[in-house]
Design a protein around this ligand. Structure first.
Ligand code: SF4
Length: 355
């Protein structure tokens, strides 16, 4: 298989070439000043999300996933800096060039964010119905009564029992799962086109996690929004997404249709993530962990950023940084193995696994 370099353009899913994507990130770079240097948290990231689809953004903590989410909404804080030349487009509109007032209108109205800990997003001294109604009135000129009605309608839609009574309660009076439902209601009350869900179920019990995921899928079907699901959990990605982008070292290292990626990972990092997922049909001792840790964003390794942890690394990997290479139509990996597949021989592999 011979790969072709396509460094500057995100992979376009087959058959979708002519449309303007819902979200298009190109060469996104976000830096933070840290003691003794600059952390390049996101470092040349390209990503497309089409209307109505669910895309998973996967990687270990520290790989830049959450910073990417915040950068889309221009919420990287006073220290974060989105570098000149980065591009974030929503239906073709350059979000990085929007005046502050227009950007505030985009947040919540067109793009909404749900994250791990709802308590930190909800105001503890405001009743939940009032908070959701406030979100409506921030974006639409409707009466208080209409906003309140919309809040209760949304609480019903997210499956909160006795929505009218619950609307009068404060966040601390609800369980973790209910609070997450309230946060989803608040995020979706203005019917955004894109929901960014950043580890939306990580803090919840397993059974509640499944309910929240089911709810998100149902709301997506009803409201027709796209979802960018940010997670470290590959199982979640397999169940809920159509496409997946794997992030490492502030960059996308592999991107493909979810089925294709799970069937045949092209990047050794993805391979390592998949091998680390427990499977019922495999004995426990076959589980592998990826050796080492994500390097600090202040000093990404030269060449391929994954080379210090990669079981296949050879000299080229240590000196030349691979671009995203096409491993198959719609499937790209930032790895020289795409060009030199015969090198896929790990020193520690059992004889049966060697090609
Ligand atoms: Fe491993 Fe080399 Fe591929 Fe990087 S380019 S992932 S070091 S084989």
């Amino acid at each position: 298989m011979t790969g072709s370099a396509t460094p500057a353009t995100p992979a376009t899913p087959p058959g979708r070439e002519a449309r303007v994507p819902l979200l298009e990130l190109r060469d996104l770079r976000v830096t933070f000043p840290v003691a003794g240097g600059v952390a390049r948290a996101v470092d040349g990231l390209d990503l497309l999300v089409e209307a109505g689809e669910t895309v998973g953004l996967v990687g270990e903590s520290g790989c830049g996933k959450s910073v990417t989410a915040l950068a889309i909404l221009r919420l990287v804080g006073p220290d974060g800096h989105i570098a000149h030349g980065s591009s974030v487009r929503l239906e073709g509109r350059d979000l990085l060039a929007l005046p502050g007032k227009e950007m505030r209108a985009v947040r919540g109205n067109h793009v909404a964010l749900v994250f791990q800990e709802p308590l930190s997003a909800l105001n503890p001294v405001l009743r939940i119905g009032a908070q959701i109604a406030e979100a409506v009135r921030a974006h639409e000129s409707v009466t208080r009564a209409t906003a309140r009605w919309r809040a209760i309608e949304m609480l019903t839609m997210v499956g909160l029992p006795e929505a009218e009574r619950r609307a009068r309660q404060y966040p601390h009076q609800l369980s973790g799962g209910m609070r997450q439902r309230v946060m989803i209601a608040m995020a979706l009350v203005c019917r955004p086109k894109l929901l960014i869900a950043d580890e939306p179920t990580t803090a919840l019990d397993v059974t509640i996690q499944a309910e929240i995921l089911e709810l998100l899928a149902e709301l997506q079907r009803k409201l027709g929004m796209a979802v960018l699901l940010i997670t470290h959990n590959l199982g979640l990605v397999a169940e809920t997404t159509q496409r997946v982008a794997v992030m490492y070292g502030g960059q996308i290292v592999e991107e493909a249709a979810t089925e294709a990626l799970f069937a045949r990972a092209a990047h050794p990092y993805t391979e390592g993530l998949l091998a680390a997922v427990p499977r019922l049909d495999e004995p426990r001792e076959r589980l592998r962990v990826i050796p080492g840790q994500v390097p600090p964003a202040t000093s990404w390794p030269a060449g391929c950023r994954f080379h210090p942890r990669c079981p296949y690394a050879w000299e080229r990997c240590r000196t030349e940084a691979p671009p995203l290479l096409e491993a198959a139509p719609g499937h790209r990996a930032r790895c020289w193995l795409v060009e030199e597949p015969a090198r896929r021989t790990r020193a520690d592999a059992p004889p049966g696994e060697k090609p």
